[in-house]
Design a binder for this molecule. Structure first.
Ligand code: WT7
Length: 650
């Protein structure tokens, strides 16, 4: 997206506005440096002191950290409950009648749920789960629209120590099935459907399809959201509101170990099989809570809105657990930003007086494209802080966000983290750190990133390398569900003894971190992680496909788009129809959000002599339309010429 000449130049350094710094939780660079250094000197006790004061424990922990690399235990011996920390503890204070959740559905329905009301709803739902015979340690799948009941289901599970896995509503029945099976879940919590772009997303239908081959499922709980007709299987399926009729409101939070599993969230890796990232209780909650205060500068009076869906990690840490543990008012919106018109978000900001607004670069770019007239219709004067997450933010999008949404008044926190890290690890403390558009600036206290070469040696400042972390942190993933070997191999073996993020980065002469993107076979489409291998295995399941290779192609709005190179089985012709059919096939196998942008048919794929597909060459072809890189290991040189000539059939 090129900038018209009349726009102001993109700034290179934006110091914290004086007024902002004066009121900030962490004010001035000296305060940040002091905290950072104190943490670096003794990370375990730094976190231990915070855990003791910032979380409520039934039993105080014995030790902040037990580290048997690569397995960490934080706050061992401590007993707590995450739902107690997110709900009950606020009910005991003047926050009792403060709004915990402000919700608006896509059709315009509104709800304001106070902390006291949230406690009632969470207890009632937990009581329904108990009534169904579920107990601590059983697993639940949550497949819900963005409505308060998604958060209530998460907190209800957390109250009983039932680890949950939220599956994004945009995933297909196939993807849902794979997750239920891997988790061996006993219950699916869902809704009849949800609203998206004025259409119903039929969730219960997908659940019916998925659970056909999930023998571990005993119950399906269905919340009535849209009121459309759904099939209810006697004995297995239960309406949420019917269970609620006999629910009780006095359900004690179970006293759980600090390391009790809180949730598993599936994310794409470098193979066809998604990884179940396991997060546990005390450490996860502590770091989600602290980053609310440090990065979002949270105050009691804030109205905080993170636009992420609860199906992604951002929705876990920064719509539900982080904000509620910190006692914030968190906004949830069910639908699309363009329904009924492109100013829906700005309308909500003014209506509810949103003061902190957190979204993704993809969303920002999509809104830029629609023109400034949409935000211009609204005051946006309640906003004091903006945030960005999911992918590198290009400076032009940064500048627009700063000027058109923040009216040149609001700092932007560019937050780098991952499903695996659980909480923000690199981001500015906005009252302390000057911003450079496109940089996540500095690490959080207690986090020591390094940028290294292929051999694990630190590279010079200014040079690009792999971003790694050498020391454990409280909200880190504990393992891959059911597969500790894969956990070791994927994250802790590339650079021995260090956590490998899979991202390339560089640190500039002022110590600012710039995360450049993935270095593995993972694409980032609209800030959502997609694995090339997962889409390839979906494609080769189709009867006409012989082989497939998938790469990310630069895209103006979504950062990257899915581009598939496909060879067909002998005798299959009719490419014309097949392009559309294969795109639909992938949407069916994984979910509509994974639908490829482009299918290119080709006679052969570039391979090494050992038969490995050279995705690097394909990436070059879709990025620069030529191949300049090393091709000495390529088996058949002719493939390249024909590939460069292959055109989009769709
Ligand atoms: C990958 C993690 C973290 C929640 C959303 C995505 C990329 C994320 C940034 C940022 C540059 C970023 C990285 C990372 N990423 N935030 N601020 N600047 N890149 O979670 O699906 O686990 O993806 O997203 O490549 O590794 P995820």
């Amino acid at each position: 997206m090129s900038q018209p000449a009349s726009l102001p130049a993109i700034p290179t350094l934006v110091p914290p506005p004086e007024e902002f710094a004066a009121q900030a939780n962490v004010s001035g660079i000296a305060a940040y440096n002091e905290m950072y250094q104190r943490a670096a000197a003794d990370p375990a006790n730094f976190w231990g002191d915070l855990a003791a004061t910032e979380l409520d424990w039934f039993k105080r922990f014995d030790k902040p950290l037990v580290w048997e690399p690569p397995f960490a235990k934080w706050f061992e011996g401590g007993k707590l409950n995450v739902s107690y920390n997110c709900v009950d503890r606020h009910v005991k204070t003047h926050q009792r009648n403060k709004a915990a959740i402000i919700f608006e559905g896509e059709p315009g329905d509104q709800r304001v749920i106070t902390y006291h009301e949230l406690q009632r709803l969470v207890c009632r739902f937990a009581s329904s789960l108990l009534h169904l015979g579920l107990k601590t340690g059983d697993r639940a799948i949550i497949y819900m629209p963005m409505i308060p009941e998604a958060a209530i289901a998460m907190l209800g599970c957390a109250r009983l120590g039932i680890p949950h896995s939220v599956v994004f509503g945009g995933f297909s029945a196939e993807a849902l099935k794979a997750r239920i099976q891997d988790l061996e879940a006993k219950v699916v919590i869902t809704a009849d459907g949800g609203w998206r772009r004025a259409k119903e997303v039929k969730l219960k239908e997908a659940v019916d399809e998925a659970v056909k081959s999930c023998p571990t499922i005993e119950h399906v709980v269905v919340y009535k959201r849209t009121g459309s007709t759904v099939h209810m299987q006697e004995g297995r399926d239960h309406w949420w509101h019917v269970l609620d009729e006999t629910a009780i409101e006095d359900v004690a939070p179970v006293e759980l170990d600090s390391e009790h599993p809180l949730y598993v969230l599936y994310t794409s890796g470098t193979t066809g099989k998604p990884k179940g990232i396991l997060h546990t209780s005390g450490g996860y909650l502590l770091q989600a809570t602290m980053t609310m205060k440090w990065v979002f500068d949270l105050k009691e009076s804030d109205t905080y809105w993170c636009t992420a869906d609860v199906g992604w990690v951002t929705g876990h840490s920064y719509v539900v657990y982080g904000p509620l543990s910190a006692g914030a008012t968190t906004v949830m919106y069910e639908g699309a930003p363009d329904t009924p018109a492109f100013d829906r978000w700005w309308r909500l900001v003014d209506k509810y007086g949103v003061s902190i607004f957190y979204t993704s670069p993809t969303a920002i770019r999509a809104l830029i494209r629609q023109g400034d007239q949409w935000p211009a219709k609204h005051k946006l004067s309640s906003i004091r802080l903006l945030g960005s997450v999911g992918e590198p933010i290009n400076p032009a999008a940064w500048a627009w966000f700063h000027r058109v949404i923040g009216h040149n008044r609001c700092p932007i926190v560019d937050t780098w983290w991952q499903t695996e890290t659980g909480a923000i690890l690199i981001a500015p403390m906005p009252g302390a750190v000057g911003l450079k558009p496109g940089s996540g600036t500095f690490p959080m206290p207690g986090i020591s990133p390094q940028i290294v070469d292929n051999n694990g040696n630190p590279v010079e400042d200014g040079k690009e390398g792999f971003l790694i972390l050498r020391t454990p942190w409280p909200s880190m993933l504990r393992t891959i569900w059911g597969d500790p070997e894969r956990y070791k191999e994927q994250y802790w073996s590339k650079v021995p003894g260090a956590y490998f993020t899979g991202d390339a980065a560089r640190k500039d002469k002022d110590g600012y971190y710039w995360v450049l993107g993935r270095v593995d076979d993972v694409m980032n489409v609209s800030g959502h992680r997609l694995s090339t291998m997962e889409i390839e295995s979906a494609l080769v399941k189709h009867h006409a496909v012989a082989e497939a290779a998938v790469v990310g192609k630069p895209h103006e709005i979504t950062g990257q788009a899915v581009c598939c190179f496909v060879t067909l089985k002998k005798g299959v012709a009719d490419h014309e129809k097949l392009g559309g059919e294969l795109r639909q096939w992938v949407a069916h196998e994984i979910g509509p959000f994974a639908r490829p942008e482009e299918i290119r048919f080709t006679e052969a794929l570039p391979k090494t002599r050992s038969g490995k597909i050279m995705r690097r060459l394909l990436r070059e072809i879709v990025t620069s339309h030529t191949v300049a890189g090393d091709v000495t290991t390529l088996e058949d040189m002719n493939v390249l010429t024909s590939l460069s000539a292959a055109h989009d059939e769709d």
